[in-house]
Design a protein around this ligand. Structure first.
Ligand SMILES: Nc1ncnc2c1ncn2[C@@H]1O[C@H](COP(=O)(O)OP(=O)(O)OP(=O)(O)O)[C@@H](O)[C@H]1O
Ligand SMILES: [Mg+2]
Ligand SMILES: [Zn+2]
Length: 270
């Protein structure tokens, strides 16, 4: 294939320049008729028409592929925007999380930091986990820190409450532009899914949808973390099928210390 692709159409505008034809040989496609002409004082010849057409096809496919990648990114972004970290948790990092309950708290922070910083390993080990503990202990704060860290590292990570997910699925029933399957697929494709307030349901519908998402993610080795106040509640509401999946990786982080907000007001003397 000649390096210099020139088709006759490209020199139409240059027709005032003299040109005539000669037979040339393309190493791949054999003989072809080439127009020779002078362009800006330089003598040029048009390339093999088969090569020119192949290059056009190739460029077109490349363009399609780029467009497809852009669309995919936009879809992921749409999910992230809908199921994003609430603005009040956007600033949350591991560094601005204060340790005030000694070793047990340090261990939980380190485990979650390790999980985020070694996410490729977490995927290989197919780690699924639970963050549990009473209110104000920083479960959502550290979950947001994990998501922020992963996004920084180029992963797709989404934080959603269980009702965000269920509502997004249900919204497809009245919406003809998005199928239920396509929405579910997005929750499945994401590298890390964190489901907050995972026990706030009494409905079989929610249980089944969440189970399907977690189960498929499990088989694809896409980690999921569930957050709940009461682990027994999680068992009761989501059922043992989900809990056994989540406990296989033995990544259960127990937030067993006082409410940060009480600590903060104590420090302030309130
Ligand atoms: N150790 C901490 N250091 C700094 N900020 C903290 C810490 N723990 C909690 N916070 C802050 O306190 C607020 C409450 O914490 P958070 O919402 O993460 O608790 P939670 O365990 O998710 O509670 P709930 O079970 O009620 O959802 C948040 O603004 C969070 O950023
Ligand atoms: Mg929370
Ligand atoms: Zn050719």
């Amino acid at each position: 294939m000649s390096k210099d692709f020139i088709s006759t159409s490209e020199i139409v505008g240059e027709s005032k320049h003299f040109y005539n034809y000669q037979t040339l040989v393309c190493a791949e496609h054999g003989e072809f008729m080439s127009a020779t002409f002078t362009l800006k004082g330089e003598s040029r010849a048009t390339s093999c028409p088969v090569c020119v057409s192949h290059k056009r096809d190739h460029d077109y496919k490349k363009q399609l592929k780029e467009q497809e990648q852009k669309n995919q990114l936009a879809t992921i972004k749409a999910v992230i925007n809908r199921a994003a970290i609430p603005p009040s948790f956007e600033h949350c990092t591991f560094d601005n999380y204060v340790v005030y309950a000694g070793e047990i708290q340090t261990k939980v922070v380190n485990n979650l930091r390790y999980f985020a910083e070694n996410f490729a390993q977490a995927k290989t080990k197919n780690i699924h986990g639970i963050l549990t503990g009473s209110t104000g202990t920083g479960k959502t704060h550290l979950a947001a820190a994990v998501i922020n860290e992963l996004i920084k590292r180029g992963y797709t990570a989404v934080f959603a409450t269980m009702s965000d997910i269920v509502n997004t699925i249900q919204s497809t029933f009245a919406n003809k532009t998005q199928s239920k399957q396509s929405v579910i697929k997005r929750f499945i494709d994401i590298d890390l899914l964190i489901i907050d307030e995972a026990a706030v349901t009494n409905r079989d519908f929610d249980r089944n949808e969440i189970f399907d998402i977690i189960n498929t993610r499990y088989h694809l080795k896409h980690p999921t973390l569930l957050i709940t106040n009461i682990i027994d509640d999680l068992k009761l509401k989501l059922g043992h099928r989900i809990i056994s999946r989540m406990q296989q990786g033995k990544f259960v982080q127990i937030f067993n210390w006082d409410d940060y907000r009480l600590k903060e007001s104590n420090n302030l003397g309130v």
